[in-house]
Design a protein around this ligand. Structure first.
Ligand code: GCB
Length: 617
């Protein structure tokens, strides 16, 4: 077979595939580049050739056996065209293209509901540099992905919302190369998230792809944060991959004329302590960011970071030592106007500027880690952030393999975003069933979160118990998971899934934890432009009515320290089937998917701007 034909055939990669479980140890990702947006990189965004493969014929033969006898029995070896032939039907050169990054569902009508395997291919140029390593960096691929370079499988990854890096050094050659990615967004019971969610399962390469060359020893992790006890001290560590103990590491903040030098310990970590007097602390009012320059041997990396502290004192949340109230809103990573996954800076700016316009100082980025553009922008705009992993609803909490998946996603989220001052809360779950297995699982997750990052607060959105009283109802917050959290998040839908909007007037809250509480969800559906009386469901008036009754109720919760009503913008969800109203959108947005602000937007905006909720404590 001519090389030109070979490179366009899917056969070139078939046999290097085995299911994840069989290969987990061999291919588990150990490297994770951080601060990737400040490293020089070749973008591989753009048009990729794609083949839709619903029956997974690129992976299995007609008796559903894993294809073994193709070109790449041994994925670490170069192709041997004499060894076998593959399915000749696959030809990327003539296949249609899709844009990367973007979900496939909103690019082609016949892919709208597609859940399954889809192959991506593109060519790229590469010029090796001496003493470097080259990684393919993926911002996110939903959900499972397998990656080959020049027919050699270089990695696989599970989890649809976190970044991963594939070491391509050995597979690359000077000049023309090609990369193939198999992306599979099949929903499975033992995935994280699991089968049921209330958002669209957008598939594909949904975030940036780049080729990154780094020196053979390089900075792959660091944590630099302000000490809670000494606001003149920046402390933490820098980790350098591949370097010898004793290697010098430097950290500088040129704007403050600060510089420190440390050396790597036997674990490749250099402890950092930087006396930083006259530091302007990061806050929503003054989101000051500093350029921080790190060096280690041949590697040099700039980051743009803010410094602040966050902690809990009794039922208060303290930012830089001062009590704060979080005027927030929940946000899905849904693209305004065109729908689909939010992918661009423009998408991010539109969403976050609506949040600013609402009077927010806080956003809950639901229900999975959002694109890094989002958290870079919250850093710049001064919006505090709740960031969460998709431990959503009824995961298989008794399945140890699922716990490993959650842990991996947590690790990847924290690793990517620990340099963002805006993030103050890591959330480990949303609305999970109260069972012993669940509590054990999520307590493990909360503990791990603190191990990975002791500088932020751990939270989760809990379900609430309701008891009828002669005059109304009691909402009881006593989920045992609360014991593992620093801040209690609670979701409730009085006026929508239960009672009338006025039900909030006769609801009392009985919170069994002396901890800060965030009302992490409340809300109601309304179709923008649909008007009627305040007791007519689906109208803007009804939604506004829910907010009008919620806000006074929330003010009666003494330990309430913030809120993030559901939700900033309407978003697609296959669960939302009401024709003419929902049309596959969850309509609880304060803004429609076409950017129309509903009446409830103004109700909440007035409350936030006039500070009639969350009075200073
Ligand atoms: C919830 C979920 C959220 C849903 C929302 C709703 O409690 O946390 O993901 O979209 O309710 O609209 O029902």
């Amino acid at each position: 077979m001519k090389p030109s034909l070979l490179r366009n055939t899917l056969a070139a990669l078939l046999v290097s595939f085995l299911p994840l479980s069989a290969h987990a140890a061999e291919t588990a990702n150990t490297t994770l580049l951080v601060d990737i947006d400040h490293r020089p990189a070749t973008s591989l965004n753009g048009q990729w050739h794609t083949i839709v493969d619903p029956y997974q014929d690129g992976l299995f033969n007609f008796h559903h056996e894993i294809l073994k006898n193709g070109y790449f029995n041994n994925a670490t070896q170069p192709p041997n065209p004499a060894a076998d032939h593959g399915p000749v039907e696959y030809n990327f050169a003539t296949a249609a293209t899709l844009e990367v990054p973007r979900d496939w569902n909103t690019q082609q009508p016949d892919l709208f509901y597609y859940e399954g395997l889809l192959w991506y291919q593109r060519d790229f140029q590469y010029t090796p540099q001496p003493n470097t390593r080259a990684f393919l960096h993926f911002g996110a691929v939903n959900y499972q992905s397998y990656v080959w370079v020049n027919g050699i499988r270089i990695c696989e990854h599970e989890g649809g919302f976190t970044p991963f890096d594939c070491d391509a050094t050995a597979a690359l050659k000077p000049g023309s190369n090609f990369v193939i990615v198999a992306a599979d967004n099949s929903r499975k019971a033992d995935n994280v998230p699991t089968l049921q969610t209330d958002w669209w399962n957008y598939g594909g390469i949904t975030r940036d792809v780049s080729l990154v060359q780094v020196p053979s020893t390089f900075i792959d992790d660091y944590d630099l944060h302000l000490s809670r006890t000494d606001h003149d001290l920046i402390e933490g560590y820098v980790h350098v991959e591949g370097a010898a103990p004793g290697t010098a590491v430097t950290v500088a903040i040129p704007e403050l004329h600060l510089f420190t030098r440390a050396t790597l310990d036997p674990h490749n970590r250099a402890p950092i302590a930087l006396i930083a007097k006259n530091l302007t602390l990061w806050s929503p009012e003054n989101p000051h960011l500093y350029t921080v320059t790190l060096t280690a041997g041949p590697d040099k990396l700039d980051d743009v970071m803010g410094f602040r502290t966050v902690e809990v004192r009794g039922t208060q949340i303290l930012l830089n030592g001062e009590p704060i109230f979080l005027r927030g809103v929940s946000i899905h990573a849904e693209a305004p106007y065109r729908t689909g996954r939010a992918v661009s800076q423009q998408d991010v700016d539109t969403l976050l500027n609506w949040a600013k316009d609402l009077g927010c100082n806080f956003v809950r980025l639901a229900h999975y880690p959002h694109d890094q553009r989002m958290t870079r922008t919250t850093d710049r705009l001064g919006l505090l952030v709740w960031s969460e992993i998709p431990d959503y609803w009824a995961l298989q909490f008794d399945n140890p393999a699922v716990l490993e998946k959650s842990k991996q996603q947590l690790h990847e989220m924290i690793r990517r975003d620990r340099d963002k001052a805006s993030i103050i809360l890591w959330s480990v779950a949303n609305e999970t069933p109260n069972t012993p297995a669940r509590t054990t699982y999520l307590t493990t997750m909360a503990d791990l979160t603190r191990q990975l990052d002791s500088t932020r607060l751990v939270t989760a959105a809990l379900l609430v118990r309701t008891e009828k009283t002669p005059t109304g109802s009691n909402k009881i917050v006593d989920d045992p998971l609360g014991a593992a959290l620093d801040v209690i998040g609670t979701n409730e839908y009085i006026g929508w899934y239960e009672q009338k909007p006025s039900g909030a007037d006769s609801t009392n809250w009985d919170i069994r934890y002396q901890k800060p509480v965030i009302m992490s969800e409340f809300g109601a559906d309304a179709k923008a432009g649909l008007h009627g009386s305040p007791d007519q469901r689906w109208t803007e008036e009804y939604q506004a009515e829910v907010y009008k009754h919620q806000l006074p109720m929330l003010n009666r919760i003494p330990q309430l320290r913030g809120m993030s009503p559901w939700v900033l913008m309407d978003f697609r969800s296959p669960r939302r089937t009401l024709t003419g109203i929902q049309d596959n959108f969850n309509r609880k947005g304060l803004v429609s998917d076409q950017g129309v602000k509903k009446q409830a937007f103004t109700v909440l905006q007035n409350a936030y701007k006039n500070q009639t909720v969350g009075k200073p404590q």
